[in-house]
Design a protein. Structure first.
Length: 467
RNA sequence: GGCGAGGUAGCAGAAAGGCUAUGCAAGUGAUUGCAAAUCACUCUAAUGUCGGUUCGAAUCCGAUCCUCGCCUCCA
């Protein structure tokens, strides 16, 4: 029985999809004006794992996963101007970069990836509905605002009260707003800004309405899961609820999920603080799967402290797992009906506890290693299980040799000794070993070690990996 | 100020009212020409602090200290 922590009720609940034949999940994706950082990697990985498990439980064809792209907003416009570039060219470029990163991280494609600019009609329609129903008003300056005080449940998701928000108000009140808490649905265009025609003149949508319109269009008025980063809970998701429920008169998402932050030195990693690393920077030094593994070592709602030391640990752990798989033929993997599969399901059923899945992988790796030299059939059996189980959370999908031989030097573009050179040196060393010339044998091993290549003589063969 | 999350071994990080987390690191043995890898074994918590409930609490309750997040664009 799958249980999910629902931020709307602030407790773990049994997950009951509205329609088990079509489980629907919407996740707030990226605003594409720059490279993705590790915080983005976490959302991608966390919800990818959730998506995979929903597919496991309900069947691949019975889950619809939508992750949007915000491709029009202030920052995009500002960046495009800085670059002297059309905003579409800019967002197109960074969408490609994002896909590059998510592929590297082993993220499955969502079923739909709606872009705000392609849903302008639906956005305008929803704003109009809100105006018609009296939840929104057009101000003198051409902007359209949502009147927060009209929506009774405002604050339900974030646990905030309108009075508290007023007391803590720190934003200068814009004249056009009737109430400082009101937020913009439609922004009138300034000269030279990209704009779309609307009943209120040329302009562009506010950020919150984009997600309301896209999720409703793609998944219907009422759907199962809405996710995103912690920081989106307020105001973004709160506003989405206010917009969608006011517009449709129906309940919006049933379950709200928010992943915790990536931190650096106990501080939130974010663009505004400037203390972020991009995925691209990190994957120059580490295999992207190392980053994925690192993310999965902690529960998705906990904060995650990033450091090279943590990635080194993750890398060592993955090396152990891949070393077990190395040299074993993986045959028709099917782990269902095994205790291992059950253990993984138990862990995942408990609010997607990926950290509890990892020990299962190590148990299996141990079995493989145990039988590797003595019982090939058993080794193959456990290797197949390991591979299959790991794939449930998107791990161990690479060829073991490729992972083990791809050290940071290779990733950084500086290969150092080539594979051919290494093979030649190993051959030389083996000649020396046959002649019992240990000095020469060790010299070659040390020479390679100095270049980050580790030799391992086991089972009569010498294999190598990069550090 | 309002609201929320959390404080677990050298590090990271699960579980959780009595039953081995796990990984990395460390130690011992087997193996190895020596290593590495692997296997077996070992090792570290009186689970922030102080009280309470209980036969028994890290796990429940109260207090307290500390850290972090949201309240502004942000995954």
């Amino acid at each position: 029985m799958l249980q999910i922590h629902n931020n709307l009720t602030r407790q773990k609940e049994e997950f009951k999809p509205l329609d088990a034949n079509n489980v629907r999940m919407y996740v707030c994706g990226m605003t594409v004006y720059d490279m993705c950082h590790i915080g983005h990697a976490r959302v991608l990985v966390v919800f990818d794992v959730i998506y995979r498990y929903l597919c496991e439980v309900y069947g691949k064809d019975h889950v619809t996963y939508v992750r949007n792209i915000t491709d029009i907003d202030d920052k995009i416009i500002a960046r495009a101007n800085e670059n002297g570039e059309n905003f579409n060219a800019l967002t197109g470029r960074f969408i490609e970069e994002m896909h590059h990163d998510s592929d590297a991280l082993g993220i499955l494609s969502p079923n739909q990836e709606p872009r705000a600019t392609m849903y302008m009609a639906q956005i305008i329609e929803m704003v109009q509905t809100l105006v018609d129903k009296g939840f929104a008003y057009a101000a003198d300056n051409g902007d359209v605002y949502y009147a927060v005080s009209k929506f009774e449940k405002y604050g339900e998701l974030s646990g905030k009260h309108i009075e508290d928000l007023r007391a803590g108000e720190r934003v200068a009140v814009e004249d056009a707003k009737k109430d400082p808490l009101d937020f913009v649905l439609w922004k009138a265009a300034k000269p030279d800004e990209p704009s779309w025609d609307s009943p209120w003149g040329k302009g562009r949508p506010g950020w919150h309405i984009e997600c309301s319109a896209m999720s409703t269009e793609c998944l219907g008025h009422n759907f199962d899961i809405h996710g995103g980063g912690m920081d989106l809970q307020f105001p973004h998701h709160e506003n989405e609820i206010a917009q969608s429920e006011a517009a449709t008169g129906e309940k919006f998402a049933n379950v709200w999920m928010h992943n915790g932050f990536v931190r650096i030195d106990d501080e939130k990693m974010s663009k505004s603080l400037g203390n972020f690393f991009t995925i691209r920077e990190v994957t120059k030094k580490y295999d992207p799967e190392v980053l994925r593994y690192f993310i999965l070592t902690s529960h998705y709602r906990s904060p995650l402290n990033y450091s090279d030391k943590q990635l080194d640990t993750a890398k060592a752990a993955l090396t152990t797992l891949y070393t077990a798989l190395r040299g074993v033929e993986i045959t028709a993997p099917d782990s269902r009906d095994t205790e291992y599969h059950q253990r993984v399901c138990n862990a995942m059923d408990d609010d997607f506890n990926t950290a509890e899945v990892l020990p299962v992988l190590f148990d299996l790796a141990k079995q493989v290693n145990r039988y590797k030299d003595s019982n090939e059939e058993k080794a193959k059996y456990f290797a197949a299980l390991l591979s299959d189980i790991a794939s449930m959370i998107g791990l161990l999908g690479q060829d073991p040799e490729a992972f083990l031989r791809g050290g940071s030097s290779v990733r950084g573009g500086d290969e150092g000794v080539s594979a051919d050179e290494i093979d030649a040196l190993i051959e030389q060393r083996n000649q020396a070993r046959i002649a019992k010339d240990w000095a020469e044998s060790d010299r070659i091993r040390d020479e390679l070690k100095a270049q980050g290549v580790v030799l391992e003589d086991s089972g009569g063969v010498t294999s190598w990996r990069r550090e």
